[in-house]
Design a protein around this ligand. Structure first.
Ligand code: SF4
Length: 406
């Protein structure tokens, strides 16, 4: 008996906000090789840390929710087992950290180690230091406010320019995963929680930025974590990805997706936590210093931060990392993005445009066009240098193409 197959018109291509949109914007050809060709990058450090820190935060939230263990958490006892679990999950997907970023998994075959053999001095590396700060600084304030964690949000949109490209489907799907905070938890006014919320840095931050909202309004805030430093607010090189703007578009698109769900409330804003700012690496500090010098980043306002800025400005690469204040790092690591209808429409149009580009490249390839001719290959020098495909990418031959800050 012949089984009926699903009609082609119902196979709707699905795009994820981070895996497709942001990845394609970085470089179309790299996206094609990595995503559509299912080739995992050989040293996907940025991707590894992004996924690692997301996983650590989600797992920590679950442990907190069911165990309610008080903060601060101990690295060896409470956090390292979570790191190990997430590291193993990522290894299954072919994602590995650099040796200098994370201590090897104690569960690896042939590794006769237990938690008792670990010590902070030899085994706690950059990713662990960031995970510990992320949990003990932000987890403490964030977890009690989360109403829904790891919420899958999905939506469907008409495929742009269907007639022009003779597209394979009339619609496309968008998806993303977010944590959601609600005003009910943010504005809790029983005695114990109001005392708690009074000291809660996230509540204070929301109230400072959401000035037009009264305590009685019913609203939601979307949360996203990024395993990176705060991006520059201005990008001079036309080939560089404008991460500041793209992250805003991401939150706006998430808010649209969430608004389509039945149980959603008015989505007022999004918060992004740039977790590398809590423990910046030397590479991060070099970029932060350059951005401050060229007025390309926003620094926290107030005379209490003058000393931190001076420390960064005077710091030299061969010196020990400057001793920045905790408050400075916290202020740099959090970003508020207001949601409004007009901006949301613009973000969705941008998403449509990216999907149109991807679909038209796919169609060209399906008609026999060579991969390198079908996909746009454009990136800044930093991205090309770290790209696995640079040896055969025609566009990488001109390494002088990069734009230098004068
Ligand atoms: S080398 Fe550069 S232009 Fe070529 S695929 Fe990689 S990132 Fe894109």
């Amino acid at each position: 008996m012949k089984l009926p197959s699903r009609s082609k018109s119902y196979m709707i291509p699905e795009y994820s906000l981070t895996g497709d949109l942001l990845s394609y914007i970085t470089c179309g050809l790299q996206y094609r090789y990595q995503n559509k060709g299912a080739l995992p990058p050989s040293k996907p450090v940025q991707r590894w840390f992004g996924e690692f820190i997301h996983g650590v935060m989600e797992e920590s939230y679950n442990e907190w929710k069911y165990g309610k263990k008080e903060f601060p958490w101990d690295w060896k006892e409470d956090i390292r087992p979570i790191e190990d679990l997430i590291d193993l999950r990522l290894q299954v997907r072919g994602l590995y950290p650099h040796d200098e970023d994370l201590f090897f998994s104690i569960n690896q075959p042939g590794m006769e180690m237990t938690l008792d053999d670990l010590n902070e001095h030899d085994h706690k590396k950059l990713a662990s230091a960031r995970a510990e700060k992320a949990i003990n600084i932000w987890g403490k304030h964030l977890f009690p406010l989360i109403d829904a964690s790891e919420l899958l949000i999905k939506g469907i949109r008409p495929m742009p320019n269907q007639d022009k490209h003779k597209t394979r489907s009339n619609y496309y799907g968008i998806n993303g995963v977010v944590d959601v905070l609600t005003s009910t938890k943010i504005n809790r006014n029983d005695e114990q929680s109001s005392l708690y919320n009074y000291n809660n840095k996230i509540v204070q931050f929301i109230k400072n930025n959401l000035s037009e909202k009264s305590d009685s309004d019913d609203y939601e805030i979307i949360i996203d974590y990024k395993g990176m430093k705060r991006p520059p607010t201005k990008v001079l090189n036309p080939l560089s990805e404008d991460k500041w703007e793209n992250h805003k578009q991401q939150i706006l698109t998430y808010s649209w997706l969430r608004s389509k769900q039945e149980d959603s409330k008015n989505i007022s804003a999004g918060i992004i936590l740039y977790l590398n700012e809590l423990v910046p690496s030397k590479e991060d500090l070099v970029l932060i210093k350059e951005e401050i010098r060229n007025n390309l980043t926003d620094v926290p306002e107030g005379i209490e931060f003058d000393e931190d800025i001076q420390l960064i400005e005077e710091w030299e690469e061969d010196e020990k990392a400057p001793n920045l204040s905790e408050e400075f790092k916290i202020a740099r690591s959090i970003r508020f993005i207001s949601v409004n209808e007009k901006e949301r429409e613009k973000a969705l149009e941008k998403f449509d445009n990216v999907v149109e580009d991807i679909e038209s490249s796919l169609l060209k390839e399906m008609k026999g066009c060579k991969i390198q001719d079908a996909w746009k290959a454009e990136a800044d020098n930093r991205t090309c240098l770290a790209c696995d495909f640079k040896t055969f990418c025609k566009n990488n031959s001109d390494i002088t193409k990069d734009f230098k800050i004068p």
